[in-house]
Design a protein around this ligand. Sequence first.
Ligand code: MTE
Ligand code: MO
Length: 372
Amino acid sequence: DPYADDPVRHPALKVNSQRPFNAEPPPELLTENYITPNPIFFTRNHLPVPNLDPDTYRLHIVGAPGGQSLSLSLDDLHNFPKYEITVTLQCAGNRRSEMTQVKEVKGLEWRTGAISTARWAGARLCDVLAQAGHQLCKTEAHVCFEGLDSDPTGTAYGASIPLARAMDPEAEVLLAYEMNGQPLPRDHGFPVRVVVPGVVGARHVKWLGRVSVQPEESYSHWQRRDYKGFSPSVDWDTVDFDSAPSIQELPVQSAITEPRDGETVESGEVTIKGYAWSGGGRAVIRVDVSLDGGLTWQVAKLDGEEQRPRKAWAWRLWQLQAPVPAGQKELNIVCKAVDDGYNVQPDTVAPIWNLRGVLSNAWHRVHVFVAP
Ligand code: MTE
Ligand code: MO
């Protein structure tokens, strides 16, 4: 069993798949803390977790023509200036289970928990690439990442991001060796992973082994044949993966974490909690909440760290305390977020349905009963 050596996991996690391990925290735990504690941070593995020795670990950086290739130990990486930033990571498949309700999709049944937030610390990718002789270039180029996890045929997990993002100091792409002040846990990429703020989880390659700069995107299955969006009309017989760009920045997202669907709430006052986040460093400027299925709206209070313009890498948690309208037996609670580009979430799932069930960001709806 190639998974026999996987680490022990926290019992509160809701497991979507045991081998490879995929799990999310229950919603009420997810928004209990602005920074997600490491043991309940959602986990998305495609392969067995490699067991890497930090003393012999080397990160290979392929040098630029005229530059030099680097073979970096963990100590070497610590010798680069250290940066620490708060970044929310979201899987492209977060909330996929709501797409399944419209029509079957291929993928893990994530509910609202394939998203978490941590303080990540490490070296900046741009500093490491510069040492290997890389510079911004006028022609198209991509930075390709390879993981040290691999399938029985030896194929490793891989992904890429545009060189322009990798070289931009303002984009703050990290080669992270710490998560919330601790060495990375094994499930989250020990000893080194990529953190690409504002970009879909799939590009944050864990157990990083190799970095190279190439004229084209990574040839990895997960870059080219997965993590792309399509029209609702496209099915598995007609899909042409080369026709769509790889997902990089994600659209604006929000979800209700309390109360839970089907719960009974007290009459009088109800407290509604959730999270909101947008890709590309776009800040969440507002979350609207409805108790009547979207007929009338109230503005929620945003909690969490203030955000830097164009560098809003982390989510906002939000809450609303609202009187339960007298005589109501049920509430149809809805939330929707707005980012600083005034991008909004679509109101329903059907028009954004896609065969892989990615980019599921319709208004989140929770139906509850009011105690008599
Ligand atoms: N990196 C490697 N090497 N192998 C993987 O399976 N999964 C990716 C990404 N990096 C993956 C990987 C996907 S799809 C996501 S959403 C994030 O890691 C999840 O990161 P987490 O498990 O730390 O939450
Ligand atoms: Mo993912």
